[in-house]
Design a binder for this molecule. Structure first.
Ligand code: ADP
Ligand code: MG
Length: 430
């Protein structure tokens, strides 16, 4: 049977053609679910894991629903971080231009005057909540004619304390509007705000088996506190490694680690909230190009980094929550590639880590790393729930090596996925 196409979902020829030029021909599961509903004018709530293709799930029907004669801005996409906002613009610029629409990103940490000018001219505005509020207060932007509102990574925006600002922003948008909300979970507070922001929404929670994610090999290593750096360096010196993202807990920890690595001739760049926008963009561009193949990041800074070719994610510091674990490891194995997620666990953190990861179905991997598993009952019941790592296609065997076809980790600088070479230019405006 032939795969469905974007045209089958009602997407126009120009937009489908533009996607096809990027090697994107068959919609991912969340796209097949969401696109027809949005084209039909429905509000949508979608829960779907990292890497499942949410950007195009809202971006494609969004550019179809806006016309170049519409007021500017007519569509607003809210995103939690500047990296994510500029990545969304990079992902959507081509299809927006194909429909003669302009798109701009606004986010903090970059000059407001230039952003204000470009924002005033854009049909589609992609914004972090704080900066958008600044622009509204300066009267540079008005939301009164926003007829299509998207909240991307809504759970994360709430986690980051944006609820009051987002509430205000949503109230300022046209009452007669279409609202789409994307989140890794629709439970708890996100579920509540979703009810307030949308009307009569179609709800999509798509199962893991449909994900087009590659296999992640989860590894754990017990280390002493002092042995952490040595273990990390050994891992970074592995020949079969592509781009590697190393997670640390604090900004200072990131800077410290980059310095220590430099002493052993491992070139790494730090990515965190104290870096200027320019520094972040340079670090990310160098990382994507493989100039610096190791990026040391904090959780918030890494959010939204979607770089093809990340073969390893290393938790140098353990994550604070199970969700953080899932989000961190989700940075590898994008778009069908395979990857390794290694977590360094000090002896004092063994219990905490095992408890935190209970329910993700990683008992065997934890045991291989010398950590107690979480108990098989929890595993059966919870594996595959929202946000848990994809487990499809792995069936015992081998020492936990990925089993997907051609699963050998990519070499340095290698690329995977359809969007190779197309991601992230640094300008914020189309
Ligand atoms: P999410 O927002 O759900 O985490 P993204 O929208 O960032 O995921 O998509 C993850 C990756 O998959 C991106 O590199 C994107 O270009 C790629 N991608 C998305 N949809 C498709 C598709 N239909 N075919 C091939 N690649 C796709
Ligand atoms: Mg996304």
């Amino acid at each position: 049977m032939k795969d469905a196409t974007f045209a089958d979902l009602g997407v126009s020829e120009v937009v489908a053609g533009e996607l096809s030029q990027r090697g994107i021909d068959s919609p991912f599961a969340v796209q097949s679910l969401v696109i027809p509903d949005v084209l039909a004018g429905h509000d949508v709530l979608a829960q779907s894991p990292t890497g499942s293709g949410k950007t195009l799930a809202f971006g494609v029907p969004l550019v179809e629903r806006i016309k170049d004669s519409d007021p500017r801005p007519s569509a607003l996409v809210l995103a939690p971080t500047r990296e994510l906002a500029s990545q969304i613009v990079d992902d959507l610029r081509g299809i927006a231009h194909a429909r003669a629409l302009s798109i701009a990103a606004v986010y903090g940490g970059a000059g407001i005057v230039k952003q204000a000018r470009l924002a005033g001219k854009a049909h589609i505005l992609v914004a972090t909540p704080g900066r958008l509020m600044d622009l509204i207060e300066r009267r540079d932007v008005s939301l009164s004619r926003i007829k299509l509102l998207v909240l991307d990574e809504a759970d994360r925006m709430l986690d980051m304390g944006f609820r009051p600002v987002v509430d205000k922003i949503v109230k300022m948008c046209a009452r007669e509007r279409q609202t789409l909300l994307f989140s890794a979970t629709l439970q708890g507070e996100v579920g509540k705000v979703a009810k307030v922001y949308t009307s009569n929404p179609r709800r999509h929670e798509h199962a893991h088996s449909q994900e087009r994610k590659g296999d992640v090999e989860h590894r754990f290593a017990k280390v002493t506190h002092d042995g952490k750096v040595t273990r990390l360096i050994a891992e970074l010196n592995e020949a079969e490694r592509g781009l590697t993202l190393v997670f640390v807990r604090t900004k200072r920890g990131a800077d410290r680690l980059v310095k220590r690595l430099a002493k052993t001739n491992v070139r790494a760049a730090a990515m965190h909230g104290d870096k200027s926008q320019g520094q972040r963009e340079r670090a990310l561009a160098n990382f994507e190009a493989g100039v610096v193949d190791t990026l040391v990041a904090t959780d918030v800074a890494a959010r939204g980094i979607d770089v093809a070719g990340i073969t390893h994610v290393i938790n140098y510091d353990i994550p604070a929550t199970r969700e953080d674990y899932v989000h961190r490891i989700g940075r590898t194995a994008r778009a069908g590639a395979s990857g390794v997620g290694l977590t360094l666990v000090t002896h004092e953190q063994v219990r905490e880590t095992a408890g935190m990861l209970r329910g993700l179905g990683l008992d065997r991997e934890l045991a291989q790393g010398g950590l107690p598993g979480g108990g098989s009952g929890a595993r059966q019941e919870q594996a595959g729930r929202d946000g848990s790592p994809q487990r499809g296609g792995r069936r015992g065997g081998g020492r936990g090596r990925p089993q997907a076809a051609g699963a050998a980790p990519r070499r340095k600088g290698a690329r995977n996925g359809a969007s190779a070479g197309k991601r992230r230019s640094s300008s914020s405006v189309a």
